[in-house]
Design a protein around this ligand. Structure first.
Ligand code: GTP
Ligand code: MG
Length: 137
């Protein structure tokens, strides 16, 4: 069993998709270890996405991720990181498989509904970025 970190991004919250996305996450066998509604500051988003800070879309990405609240969560399942990335689908919803969260709920590559950690190491770093030990169950 291991863990991944996710955010239901501002577009998902704005469109009222929190319930539907959480239902898919539950139905896919993930246990919720931690969860909250929160809003990232510009500084938070710049740090969280620091790996992309040279990319041409970095400014847009920070603007998008800070424009409203997100749902941050830690999820537990066997093979959590890989299975969650399969569940959310490709970064660009146009390339995402049928039935994936991004295929169903994402508008574009720039507003793609959800985040999923890309490694066990990053899952731990990203989870700790948003939650203290007392908020993890
Ligand atoms: P995350 O789970 O959010 O990390 O997405 P990912 O791992 O599928 O993609 P990646 O880490 O490469 O990119 C991080 C985020 O940057 C994406 O989820 C998008 O929100 C955004 N992004 C990536 N490429 C583009 C792009 O070409 N244009 C814009 N506007 N945003 C992009
Ligand atoms: Mg990524």
């Amino acid at each position: 069993t291991n863990r991944t970190f996710t955010m239901l991004k501002p577009d998902s919250v704005e469109k009222g998709h929190i319930g539907a996305i959480l239902e898919k996450i539950n139905a896919s066998g993930f246990r919720i270890v931690a969860m909250k509604l929160t809003q990232m500051t510009k500084q938070d988003a710049e740090a969280f996405y620091a790996i992309h800070n040279e990319r041409p879309f970095f400014g847009e990405l920070v603007e998008y991720m800070t424009r409203g609240p997100i749902v941050a969560a830690i999820l537990e399942k066997e093979n959590a990181v890989e299975d969650f990335r399969t569940l959310i689908g490709a970064t660009n919803p146009a390339d995402a498989a049928e039935g994936t969260i991004r295929k169903l709920y994402a508008a574009s590559i720039g507003e793609n509904a959800v985040h999923g950690s890309d490694s066990d190491e990053n899952a731990a770093i990203e989870g700790a970025f948003h939650f203290s030990g007392r908020e993890m169950f």
